[in-house]
Ligand binder design. Structure first.
Ligand code: NDP
Ligand code: 8X3
Length: 252
């Protein structure tokens, strides 16, 4: 048993949900967030009830809702040891010249601004205590551009650079920051990207062995259990069956 608490944004599916299970199984208290209340309720019930699991149903793009939820946490959940900034999404795979501007805005608002709202609200509590750990879920897409990735890749490059720069700001505070950069993983990610076109989403994982959400949960668990004097700056985790591609050429 432990008296440690992790706040996981986007805990209603995929990596966030898998992390919730790993940390709950190891005795941690959880603050689970997402926009789907029913899933939060189900997870709360499954993972230990209200004493072990707090749920906050909010949209990370809503700055006031983020601040209100965090400041409104009940006493036993106020000390957040680990913030896992995981909530995020990709929308569409169209070339930049054809893409839907609303999709671009939503990715920026969620993957960048949502992550900033959560981080900025919680960081002062960690620096004051001189302990804490912020783990951001970036992506291989922040390192390796691909056709149709345009703004999604850009948001994850932001997460990478923001993680590095924040680490620099936090020197001397004992607060750690890691950017976790997963490759292709089978979650609800592609269903969201292709707007519930299940057949198209399934094709992303067809004939290849993607990561499972649990692979990233195990990585996060390992990170949190490294000694306090160790800061893994970035960790890229790809499926064995994925690698970064060659440069693209247009030929006549
Ligand atoms: P899922 O779609 O399975 O999970 C995404 C989670 O984010 C859900 O819990 C969702 O909750 C939450 N979320 C999305 N938008 C919002 C919002 N506006 N406000 C609050 N919560 C939100 O995908 P993954 O688990 O794969 O994705 C998790 C993270 O991992 C994302 O940042 C993604 O970019 C990244 N990633 C994914 C990879 C993959 O191949 N799967 C690879 C690399 C990185 P709800 O809908 O209830 O709000
Ligand atoms: C998700 C992985 O390659 O679809 O971040 O962008 S990818």
């Amino acid at each position: 048993m432990t008296n440690k608490t992790i706040m996981i944004t986007g805990a209603t599916s995929g990596f966030g949900e898998a992390c919730a299970r790993v940390f709950a199984n190891n005795g941690w208290q959880l603050i689970l967030t997402g926009r789907r209340q029913q899933r939060l309720d189900d997870l709360q019930q499954e993972l230990g009830g209200k004493d072990k699991v707090a749920t906050c149903c909010f949209d990370v793009t809503d700055r006031k809702a983020v601040e209100a939820a965090i400041h409104g946490l009940a006493e036993p959940f106020k000390k957040i040891d680990v913030l896992l900034n995981n909530a995020g999404l990709a929308l569409g795979l169209e070339p930049a010249q054809e893409t839907n501007l609303d999709d671009w805005e939503k990715m920026v608002d969620t993957n960048i601004k949502g992550l900033l709202y959560c981080t900025r609200t919680i960081l002062p509590m960690m620096t004051e205590r001189k302990s804490g750990y912020v783990i951001n879920i970036g992506s291989v897409a922040g390192n390796w551009p691909y056709p149709g990735g345009n703004v999604y890749c850009g948001t994850k490059a932001f997460v990478r650079q923001f993680s590095l720069a924040t680490r620099a700001d936090l020197l001397g505070t004992n607060v750690r920051v890691t950017n976790v950069e997963p490759g292709n993983a089978e979650t609800e990610f592609s269903k969201v990207r292709f707007k519930a076109d299940e057949a198209r989403a399934d094709k992303v994982y067809e004939g290849t062995r993607a990561l499972d959400a649990e692979d990233i949960a195990n990585t996060v668990w390992w990170l949190v259990n490294t000694p306090e004097h160790v800061n893994v700056t970035t960790i890229e985790v790809m499926p064995t069956q994925e690698a970064n591609g060659p440069m693209a050429f247009h030929r006549q």
